[in-house]
Design a binder for this molecule. Sequence first.
Ligand SMILES: Cc1ncc(C[n+]2csc(CCOP(=O)(O)OP(=O)(O)O)c2C)c(N)n1
Ligand SMILES: [Mg+2]
Length: 326
Amino acid sequence: MSHVRDQPATGVLDDLDLYRRIYRQMLLIRGFEDLVQSLFLAGEVYGTTHLYSGQEAIATGVASVLEERDRVAATYRGHGHALALGVDPQKLLDEMLGRTSGVNGGRAGSMNVNSPDDRLIGSFGIVGGSIAAATGAALALGRTTGGVAVAYFGDGAMNQGYVFECLNFSQVFKLPLVLVCENNGYGEYTPYRSVTAGEICARVEVMGVPAETIDGMSVWTVRESAERAVAHARAGDGPVFVEALTYRFVGHSRSDPGAYRPDGELDRWRARDPIVVLRAQLEAEGVDAADLDEAEREMSVQLEQMRERGLAAPFPAELTAREFKD
Ligand SMILES: Cc1ncc(C[n+]2csc(CCOP(=O)(O)OP(=O)(O)O)c2C)c(N)n1
Ligand SMILES: [Mg+2]
């Protein structure tokens, strides 16, 4: 049955060191996105960008339960997915800036990053494309390594036909697949409710795939849900579906100001900022506020160094005729 899980009470952060690391990771993702946005507005980022600000609890919570043998397919809103998997932040930034030192040599840009060594098999610009890729990865992993494949995708993907082909296929063949729907309430500039009939989880449950709706602004809740989902998939019991309710604090892409949002909506979600929520939980568990402030200061210094290094890095040379032939 699908249901919304409530915010955890205090006393649930079982491993404080882990949650401190997660806190830093969430700060890194938020700071990275702010930096990319400022560089984009300054004309330094090629192509387009889709920022993950507000959705950090999902990528960090899910990644925290994954193993080396697992694989992940991300979306074009994928900087957070990549950073949570351990992709080098400097290399990711350099990729945005189109430099040779980028994780894909400056040729993938913001939307198409992949880093197999970090378990990231791709970031997909086709809505729902990550599900098809992860289904293939689950097919391969299930027969060899015992790993699971994770697909991140938005609410918009739930209106793509091939998503249901993948769900059916993966359930029939009991593939180790974890489907993480990041429901941020909008597909581009359109409220998802205005284009989506019924409940998302109900569409999946008719195939016998376990599904639940969770609070995607609480990293503790995401982690707890992901632990159960990954255990189910790894045990050979087939795919699992998690709908994480979230919100993007910025526009869809580029310099979209998000003017289509009703008054007050952004403020209501900002009050549940996943970084603020986790910080409050950590402090309630006795973590010193000064330590958390220090983590923020360190992150600002790191990001400023990254900006300077990225802007100083070389661009790729033009491909030579010989490289084309090869
Ligand atoms: C197959 C396909 N159709 C349309 C588009 C154009 N498009 C790009 S982003 C987007 C909205 C997707 O919304 P959602 O899946 O909710 O993800 P979000 O951007 O909210 O993270 C659309 C329709 C696309 N990239 N791929
Ligand atoms: Mg969406």
